[in-house]
Design a protein around this ligand. Structure first.
Ligand SMILES: *[C@@H]1O[C@H](CO)[C@@H](O)[C@H](O)[C@H]1NC(C)=O
Ligand SMILES: *[C@@H]1O[C@H](CO)[C@@H](O)[C@H](O)[C@H]1NC(C)=O
Ligand SMILES: *[C@@H]1O[C@H](CO)[C@@H](O)[C@H](O)[C@H]1NC(C)=O
Ligand SMILES: *[C@@H]1O[C@H](CO)[C@@H](O)[C@H](O)[C@H]1NC(C)=O
Ligand SMILES: *[C@@H]1O[C@H](CO)[C@@H](O)[C@H](O)[C@H]1NC(C)=O
Ligand SMILES: *[C@@H]1O[C@H](CO)[C@@H](O)[C@H](O)[C@H]1NC(C)=O
Ligand SMILES: *[C@@H]1O[C@H](CO)[C@@H](O)[C@H](O)[C@H]1NC(C)=O
Ligand SMILES: *[C@@H]1O[C@H](CO)[C@@H](O)[C@H](O)[C@H]1NC(C)=O
Ligand SMILES: *[C@@H]1O[C@H](CO)[C@@H](O)[C@H](O)[C@H]1NC(C)=O
Length: 649
């Protein structure tokens, strides 16, 4: 007992010491209340803030009940898979203003409750589509100001829950796929401003729920009808400062819900008559800083503005020409002191002419007139077509011409071109007479007699030609006969070959020798021989295959043994090679300094996007008109505006 006493005491002390040490270690690792050492935590708000700590990676030990994690303004270069694995309650993740180049697939796995992901002001060159996999509740994604070069098809297909997508300032962007926005059926807000888009509007048709589109500061010399196809829910559209010189007739016909349109800071001198007629809810229109021509072409616009735009005219443009009108308000045109305007109804310079034509040809009925007048075509059956109509065969071209890609006999009738401007309207009509295609009997007879029996098993292409003579002949008349001649000559020989050795449908071909199981006697003897030889061949083949398989197995085993040895050697060599990592530019943290750390609510506001941008880039991006954008007040209450004025058309 005497001997045992001190021993037990020592053991107890030892255990106690170990326990204390473990406790101290755990406390040191997790910091007070389980907060990472580089961060400050607010347990009540479940918020963890680790801004401007020079972090180069996501710090470990973030409490699992965190709802809001701010890692902005650090030097994180890459986000590894499972970086946030246990943060199932995280709702807001702020990774803006880092140096992120790479986001691994699975980087955000586990973030099943994330609704906002901020990645703006980083160095991503691709959309990290693979990392979006499990973000089933994501509503806001911020990718603004990254050197992304292309947006491929289905880039956001994994996050159909997305409602706000900010792709602004992707200045290196070269390509947007037609399927880029596929799947974003819930998207309400999209920013594509300053994205280096040139010429064509990207395909936005998948965005059926889109309500706000910011696409300013790109380059769109012309806006064509169909540019906004599918955007029937769009309420606000900003296309400022994009050098728009021409908006074609009916270009906005798809935007039936539009409430606010901003065309300021462009190169517009006039707009086509009735451009805004389909926009029954439009109440806010910004036209300032355009070189408006206050002639007859703009008369309708002035009247329309007075009638439908309730705000004070400050929103709107001033005249640039003619010289005596320069500086006048566009909206004051033709009112009182500016004097009476002498305008006349549109003159149709190139009127449509009667046309006799045979079916299945290209045809056109011209209707060239002043560029800013409205043009509509009245078809014989009462249908009206415009430049924006999407008919499979008949289109109204930008110059007013009615173009038939393929006239049919049923198109016969009177066509009326109706042109209108502020002063009146003019009509011009023409009769289109489509006759059935001419027959060429000499070649048709050859065609029918020679090929009928031979062609019969071959179906599709040739069958209709043989049964109905008119259909067969019509195709020959559309092209010169010399083009078709070699085809006719060659068909019989091709078909004779096909009857001898039928590759695809052996049972249909009549008189073929090798058919099925019960042939007549003379064929059976030769068939037996054939069977014998095939059996021998198959036997040989099986033997050879078996041999090859055995050889393969042996070879594989040998190779595996060899590999085991060589990998050990390879591992050693890898250790020897010195790994040189690219050092981060030390300026990255210094560039960022200067603003408050927690500016999230500010960025959400559309207007302050510009302010923020102006602040952060004031050294390299000072741009005068930008200041003026802050005058557009965001008006969230659409319903109020809609009920303000409903137009009757
Ligand atoms: C603006 O349009 C005029 C013609 O209307 C053209 O001469 C000029 O080059 C255009 N300016 C820009 C910046 O596109
Ligand atoms: C437009 O503004 C002027 C002065 O800025 C003001 O006198 C006038 O009442 C305003 N008109 C409307 C319709 O708001
Ligand atoms: C079309 O055909 C009719 C009848 O053959 C003829 O009277 C008419 O002049 C033709 N029209 C044109 C434009 O060739
Ligand atoms: C009128 O004619 C056009 C052209 O042939 C056709 O596409 C359209 O369906 C017709 N409309 C009606 C109501 O029949
Ligand atoms: C008229 O339509 C046809 C067929 O779509 C097309 O080939 C032709 O270029 C069009 N004409 C004009 C002037 O665009
Ligand atoms: C042109 O046609 C339209 C529709 O048929 C008609 O309302 C209008 O009065 C016509 N205008 C002229 C000048 O014939
Ligand atoms: C239409 O064209 C056919 C054939 O060219 C002609 O026989 C017919 O008289 C024409 N009809 C009219 C109304 O011009
Ligand atoms: C019909 O065939 C004859 C003889 O080959 C040819 O001279 C004539 O041009 C053809 N007609 C048409 C409309 O192709
Ligand atoms: C069409 O007919 C002409 C004259 O009848 C003949 O010379 C020509 O070879 C024929 N075309 C074909 C493809 O047989």
């Amino acid at each position: 007992e005497l001997q045992h006493g001190p021993f037990w005491k020592a053991a107890l002390l030892c255990v106690l010491f170990l326990m204390v040490q473990v406790c101290v270690e755990v406390a040191a690792m997790a910091g007070p209340q389980g907060c990472p050492t580089d961060c400050s935590c607010n347990n009540q708000l479940s918020k963890v803030v680790c801004t401007r700590r020079g972090l180069t990676r996501v710090p470990p030990g973030i409490p699992s009940n965190t709802r809001h994690l701010n890692l902005m303004e650090n030097a994180i270069k890459s986000v590894q898979a499972d970086s946030f694995r246990n943060l199932h309650h995280l709702e807001v993740l702020q990774l803006g203003r880092n140096a992120i180049r790479q986001i691994e697939v699975g980087a955000f796995s586990g973030l099943t409750n994330l609704n906002t992901l901020e990645l703006f002001d980083n160095r991503l060159t691709v959309v990290p589509s693979g990392a979006f996999e499990y973000l089933s509740k994501l509503r806001e994604l911020w990718l603004r100001n990254n050197p992304i070069e292309s947006i491929p098809s289905y880039a956001f297909n994994r996050v159909p829950s997305l409602m706000r997508l900010d792709l602004g300032e992707l200045r290196k962007l070269e390509y947007i796929s037609d399927g880029a926005f596929e799947g974003l059926v819930n998207l309400k807000y999209l920013n594509l401003g300053m994205c280096n888009i040139r010429g064509e509007m990207p395909n936005l048709t998948p965005l059926v729920g889109l309500e706000e589109l910011e696409i300013s500061e790109n380059l769109f010399p012309e806006i064509k009808p169909g540019s906004f196809g599918g955007l029937s829910s769009l309420k606000k559209l900003w296309i400022m400062n994009s050098q728009i010189g021409l908006i074609e007739r009916n270009a906005f016909d798809d935007l039936a819900s539009l409430v606010e349109l901003n065309l300021a800071h462009n190169n517009l001198s006039s707009l086509p008559h009735e451009l805004f007629t389909p926009l029954k809810y439009l109440v806010e229109l910004h036209l300032h800083h355009n070189p408006w021509n206050c002639g007859c072409d703009s008369l309708w616009l002035a009247r329309w503005l007075r009638e439908y735009i309730p705000t004070n005219s400050t929103c709107c443009g001033r005249c640039h020409s003619p010289a005596h009108m320069r500086g006048c308000q566009l909206v004051e045109l033709d009112r009182g002191d500016t004097g009476e305007m002498q305008c006349s109804a549109p003159f149709i310079a190139d009127a449509p002419r009667d046309l006799n034509i045979s079916a299945e040809r290209v045809a056109e009925l011209r209707c060239r007139t002043a560029a800013m007048s409205a043009v509509r075509w009245l078809l014989p059956n009462g249908t009206v077509l415009t430049h924006a109509s999407s008919h499979p065969r008949i289109t109204v071209l930008s110059d007013g011409t009615l173009n038939f890609s393929n006239v049919l006999a049923g198109d016969t009738g009177m066509y009326t071109c109706m042109v209108s401007n502020a002063a009146g309207n003019s009509n011009a009509s023409a009769y289109l007479n489509v006759s059935a295609a001419e027959l060429n009997t000499s070649n048709l007879s050859y065609f029918t007699t020679v090929t009928v029996e031979v062609l019969s098993p071959r179906s599709e292409m040739t069958k209709p030609k043989t049964t109905t003579t008119t259909a067969g002949a019509s195709t020959t008349t559309t092209a010169s006969p010399s083009v078709f001649q070699p085809v006719f000559i060659s068909t019989p020989t091709v078909l004779l070959q096909s009857t001898d050795t039928p590759p695809s449908r052996p049972s249909v071909v009549p008189g073929s020798k090798v058919t099925t199981g019960k042939p007549p006697n003379p064929a059976s003897t030769s068939l037996d021989e054939v069977m014998k030889t095939t059996k021998i061949i198959i036997g040989c083949f099986v033997a050879v295959t078996l041999l090859a398989a055995i050889m393969l197995i042996v070879f594989y085993k040998l190779r595996k043994r060899h590999q085991q040895r060589s990998t050990v050697a390879a591992a050693r060599t890898v250790e020897i090679i010195p790994v040189e990592e690219e050092l981060p530019p030390p300026a990255s943290a210094a560039n960022i300094a200067g603003q408050g750390a927690l500016t999230l609510p500010e960025i959400r506001d559309h207007n302050s996007i510009y302010k923020l941008d102006y602040n952060t880039h004031n050294s390299d991006y000072s741009y005068k008109p930008k200041l003026e954008y802050s005058t557009h007040k965001p008006n969230e209450d659409f319903k109020k505006q809609i009920t303000y004025k409903k137009k009757k058309i």
